[in-house]
Each structure stands twice: as C-alpha cells, then as structure tokens.
Design a binder for this molecule. Structure first.
Ligand code: CTP
Length: 403
C-alpha cells in the first residue's frame, strides 16, 4: 500500500499510522510531499517503512516511480490530506510524486483531511471533496477538537488507530463505495437508567458490534451518525458521534438523526425499563436493614417507533435480537415474531443460549428479512458481520434513489 503524507502539522501522526500498517504486515511505500518533509524528515519514513523515500518524479527514474507506485498499490491512504493536496487531486494535477501516484492508482483511495476549520469549510475545499467523493474516493470527515494553535474546531486528523481501522475495512470489502451519497444512522452501546446521582440500572453491551457497523459504513462511503450510549471506545474516524446516557436520550438522538436518513441500524441495547423517579439525593441505607423497593416503568421502543414512522420513502430499518429460545418457541421462531412486532426490514439475530457475545471480538448471527430473506453468518470478526449487514441493506436500498 501507499501512504501519502501531505504538508501539515498532523504529519507527525502519520508516523504512528505507518507503524500500525507495517506491524500488521502491510508493505508500505511512503510518499511524502516536499512540504510534508518540512514537518517530518525522510529518515523517519524510511526507518519506519524499511524503504528509501522518494518525493520527486525524477528519482530512481529507471523504475518509472510516478506510474509504478500507483499501479501496484492495493490501497492508497493520504494522511494528512491538506487543502492543497485535495485540490490537486480533485483537479488531476501531476506536479510531484504523490499527485502522480493519485492519477495512476486504480485501487481504493482514502483521504484523511486535516486543516484549519476555515480552510475545511471554504467552498473551494468542499467542492474538491465533493468531486473526489463522486469519483469513488473515500474522504473522511475531519475530527473536531484542538487545532495547531489555541483554537479548536473541525479539522483535526482523526486518531491514527481509527484511520487504520477504516483503511482495514476498505481493504476487507475491496473498496466498494456503494454507500456514497447515503446518510445512515447507527446506535451502539447500552443505556443507563439512573436511580440516584451515582447509581444506575444498565447492561453489558460494549458497543463493539455497533462501532464495527458504523466504521464499515464510513469505509463504504456513507455519511454516518453514530449514537453511542455509554461506550468507552474511541470515536471512529470520519463519523459524527453523538453521546447519550439514558434510553430517553438515545431515543431523541436517534429520532432526530433518522430524519431523512437512508438507513437506521439499532445495534444499541436500550434498557427496557427505567425507575419511575430519580432520587435527587443519594439513596441511603435504612437503619432497620430494609432494602428499598424500586418501581419501574417501560421505556419507549425506539426500533418500533422508527420502523412505524419512516421519514424517507425506502428508508431501511435494522434491529438486533439476542435470543435464547424458550418453551414458547425456538430462537428463530421468537426472532421471526419480533421482526414482525417491531416492523423493521432486517433483524440480526444472535443465539445467546451458549453464552454471551458481550465484549467479544467475534459474533455469529442469522439475518432475517421482512421480505423472507434468511442469511446465516458463520462465527467471525464483528467487522465481517458488519459487512454482511451492509450487503443486505444495500441490496434493499438499490431500488431507492440517492439524495
Ligand atoms: N430496542 C429499542 N428500544 C427499546 C428496546 C430495544 O429500540 N426500548 C431495539 C434494540 O436496539 C434492538 C431490538 O430493539 O435492535 C431488540 O431488542 P430486544 O430487547 O431484544 O427486544 P424487546 O422488544 O425488548 O424484546 P424482548 O421481550 O425479547 O426483550
């Protein structure tokens, strides 16, 4: 693969990204621009990649690097991508090695922009980003936060670990960009219902599966809103992350993000019940040794609400079900009934009879469709299940127009 590094202060973060790529076995050719070398020198890139570094088209001329490097790549990641590099890529300029590589590459290309907020928001940059996305490139949204100086805003390079995960997802599905132009919403994690300022009722959902689904969508080109309930994982690269605590907050965030969305995937585990009241003061132990009685009320069913009030024709709604089967029916019987009751298009069913999937890196599932579809997904990484879920969603989206 090729790691293109453009001239921004975030170039130092690309060194960590490079390390992650090489340590996971990738053969990486680093192509820094001349201004990138003002920030991080060639010896750093050479030492970390194990290869000599070229920046000009007239070096190692017998190997025709300006054509060969791009042609041979399976993936090109440009991180950081500056406003200038995005502009040159969008307009097809070929005035240094990196821009030549971008013109000759026929593999997936990921741009991770980093620049000041004003530069990112400028209509020229936004038009260049739109052009690159239309051509099937993945341009991830910059993160928000502290910029180079004392200012904060949108424009930070996402964390290297997250650019790495997204790049891996792009490689897994061969660079399909079948979600470009789509807005999707994914919920993840487990909600907490407070009894008093320090205690809550909660569940063991880690958010790993929902995060994998959100990452996979971003890697396929979607604009993704991830609604995360009490998840401790770092924000995935290029997504809008909305953090919530309770089921009521999750409901409001999902309903608002789902307005006009092409797909909503409810991977979160909302608490079905909440205490009828939250004590403002910490509940104290009674002197007589008695325990308090907690009265609960039912929470709204977000999946059913979203399914029954679609805000866009053809919006695809996906639910999850963890089932064990009981005397009233098998796992699949109960799941089929739930699919009907909730009114969603797809239900991802985990058989949890043999133990929980919570916190695990792997998952296996059956995906049931309201249209009679039935897909068995063998045990594998949660990222692999995420790809199959999007395959199933895209199949059903295909009849629908993009925005
Ligand atoms: N869900 C939801 N709102 C709730 C509870 C669940 O949107 N208040 C969603 C979950 O995100 C998941 C799906 O519904 O996608 C299945 O959740 P589950 O708890 O299994 O469904 P229940 O209706 O609570 O059924 P059960 O009686 O089996 O608990």
């Amino acid at each position: 693969m090729v790691l293109g590094v453009a001239g921004g202060i975030a170039a130092y973060k690309a060194a960590e990204l490079l390390r992650r790529f090489t340590e996971s076995g990738h053969d990486v050719t680093v192509v820094p621009t001349a201004s990138a070398l003002e920030f991080v020198g060639a010896p750093t890139w050479a030492a970390l990649s194990g290869k000599e570094i070229a920046t000009g088209v007239f070096e190692n001329i017998t190997e025709v690097p300006h054509v060969r490097i791009g042609q041979q790549a399976d993936l090109v990641v440009v991180a950081p991508a500056t406003a200038n590099t995005l502009a040159r890529a969008a307009h097809g300029l070929a005035d240094d090695l990196l821009s030549n590589v971008l013109l000759t590459a026929r593999c997936p290309v990921v741009f991770a922009p980093a620049m000041h907020t004003e530069m990112w928001e400028h209509p020229a940059t936004q038009a260049n980003v739109a052009t690159l996305r239309e051509r099937g490139n993945i341009v991830i949204e910059p993160a928000e936060g502290r910029l180079t100086g004392k200012d904060t805003g949108k424009g930070r390079l996402p964390e290297p670990a997250e650019i790495f995960e997204l790049s891996r997802a792009v490689l897994v599905h061969g660079g399909r960009t079948d979600l470009v132009g789509r807005h999707v919403v994914v919920s993840a994690g487990g909600t907490r219902e407070y009894l008093d300022p320090v205690r809550y009722l909660g569940n063991r959902s880690s958010g790993l599966q929902g995060y994998a689904i959100a990452r996979a969508a971003a890697a396929r080109g979607a604009e993704v809103t991830l609604v995360a309930a009490n998840v401790t994982l770092p924000d995935p690269a290029g997504l809008k992350v909305v953090r919530v605590g309770t089921t009521a907050e999750l409901r409001d965030a999902v309903v608002s993000a789902a307005a006009g969305a092409d797909a909503v995937v409810m991977a979160a585990a909302p608490a079905d019940f909440r205490p009828t009241g939250v004590s403002e003061a910490k509940i104290k132990k009674a002197a007589d040794g008695s325990a308090p009685t907690i009265e609960l009320m039912q929470n709204p069913d977000i999946l059913a609400e979203i399914s029954h009030h679609r805000t866009k024709p053809g919006q695809i709604v996906v639910g999850f079900a963890a089932e064990t089967g009981d005397e009233t029916g098998s796992v699949l019987d109960l799941a089929a009934a739930k699919l009907k009751r909730k009114g969603c298009d797809l239900l991802v069913v985990n058989d949890v009879s043999g133990g929980a999937v919570f916190g695990s890196e792997v998952n296996k599932a059956v995906i049931l469709g309201a249209d009679g579809g039935h897909v068995d997904v063998q045990e594998g990484a949660k990222s692999a299940l995420a790809e199959v879920i999007w395959d199933q969603i895209v199949l059903r989206m295909d009849e629908q127009p993009t925005n």
